[in-house]
Every structure is written in C-alpha cells, then in structure tokens.
Write a protein that binds this ligand. Structure first.
Ligand code: PGA
Length: 255
C-alpha cells in the first residue's frame, strides 16, 4: 500500500518569531509543488501562532515540539494540547530523545502525552530510538520494542491513523552521523512488526515511519527510497530553506 511521504522539521530551541516567519516565507517562495507530500514544521512555542498565520494559504502544517498531558491547572511552564490547537497546531512531537535525555521523559510520560494529545484532536509524531551503547550492546531492537509498546499502551487501532512514528537513533541526532539506509530500513521494519503485534497486521501497512538523525540533502534520497522509510524528521537541515527544500524534493522524487 502506498504511504504518502511526510517531511517534518523540528526546529528545536531555535528562531525568534521574526526568524521563524522569514523561514516559512522563504520556503513557500522556494517551493511550488509542496502539496505532493505532507509537510510539517515545529517552531518553538513562542512562534507557533505567527508561523501558523504566515502559512494560512499553504499546505504546510504546524506542530509543537512537546505537549503536556493535563488540560489546564497549576502546572507552571507547561502547555496543554488545547492551547496548542488554539495556536494552530495540528501535530505534536512527543518523546523526542532530547526530552528523554535532558527532561526526564519516560515511556510512561510519553504515553500520557500521546493519550492527551489524541483526546484533544492533535495528531502525534512519537519518537523512538536507541543510544549508541544500546546499539553496541545488541539491544537496539529491544529498546524499540519497549518504547513503541510503552508509547502506544492503551491506545486503540482507530487511533493509529493519527500517529506517525519517528525512528531517531540517538547516536545520529545532531552528530552528522546518519544510519545507513540498511540500518534505517531494518529498524523501521522492526517498528512496523511491533505495531503489527500490538494492533494487527493491517495497521503497519498504512502507518508512516519517519527517519530522523542527520537527514540532509546528500543522504535524503537513498534513505527515502528504502521500502520502510516514509519520510523524515529533520532537525538541523530544517533550519535552512535550501536544505529543507532539497529534502522535500527528494521525498517528492521518492514518492
Ligand atoms: P538532526 O535532528 O536532523 O539535527 O540530527 C533530528 C531530530 O532530532 O529530530
């Protein structure tokens, strides 16, 4: 079954409001045929609304880099799913490895965020991926099994068309070192198989699995040509119009 390619930009803690708006404006000028694939950008919270407004006549969607699981209340510093929707978000990235590494995110908190995001009508990109030590110890697939099952615990088959999984080997994020197409394809197949065990064999046929970890114009096409790679979650290269556009073009070519 053909899955529509999805290219998502995770801007991380970069860009003022003005820089954010300039970035999406230049992207819109650079590319006229972007509707051939799904595209999302995740600015910092402070720029979400301005980016959403700047994209009002575009097919590019807006997402958040994180979300909290409660609807409202005394949770200083947190942002609820409804607030993100209100600002224009269609998506939330959940469980990014930087959140797991630096901010105490666990499989349980990832799962709570998934449930809250979906309940509020957001779609989710959930990130999974092993560290270098885990890979070297031969445990990469165990980690993926655990993280996928943890993130999706308690969700139903009907939720799965609102979920995209991003495979992000931690050793490839921001390091300039990317997984080989074969390593990415194997890991994506493993993730698909796990989802099949949890939700039945039809679900992984339509579910998209993105690759994240130093995807760039130079390696995008060979990664995107892999049978099990349905797009990318792009960090560094999504901050530069020419590079992000080149990756989108690679996705159009691979479609
Ligand atoms: P990178 O980041 O492309 O800069 O490696 C990917 C990510 O963390 O989503």
């Amino acid at each position: 079954m053909a899955r529509r390619f999805f290219v998502a930009g995770n801007w991380k803690m970069n860009n003022t409001i003005e820089q954010s708006v300039n970035l999406v404006n230049s992207l819109q000028k650079e590319m006229r045929d972007m509707h051939k694939v799904d595209i999302m950008v995740a600015p910092p919270f402070t720029a979400i609304k301005s980016v959403y407004d700047a994209l009002s006549s575009s097919s590019i969607q807006v997402g958040a880099q994180d979300v909290f699981w409660e609807e409202s209340g005394a949770y200083t510093g947190e942002v609820s799913p409804m607030m993100l929707k209100d600002a224009g978000c269609k998506w939330a990235i959940i469980g990014h490895s930087e959140r797991r590494q630096y901010f105490g995110e666990t499989d349980d908190t990832v799962n709570r965020k998934m449930k809250a995001a979906l309940a509020a009508g957001l779609k989710a990109i959930v990130c999974v991926g092993e560290t270098l030590e885990e890979r070297d110890a031969g445990k990469a697939f165990d980690v993926l099994d655990r993280q996928v099952a943890g993130a999706l615990a308690g969700l139903g088959k009907e939720d799965m068309d609102k979920i995209v999984i991003a495979y992000e080997p931690v050793w490839a994020i921001g390091t300039g070192r990317n997984a080989t197409p074969q390593q990415a394809d194997e890991a994506h197949a493993k993730i698909r198989a796990r989802v099949g065990e949890l939700f039945g064999s039809k679900t992984p046929e339509t579910m998209r699995v993105l690759y994240g970890g130093s995807m760039k114009p130079a390696n995008a096409l060979e990664l995107l040509k892999c049978e099990n790679v349905d797009g990318g979650l792009i960090g560094g290269a999504s901050l530069k119009t020419a590079e992000f556009a080149a990756i989108i073009r690679a996705a159009i070519e691979a479609s």
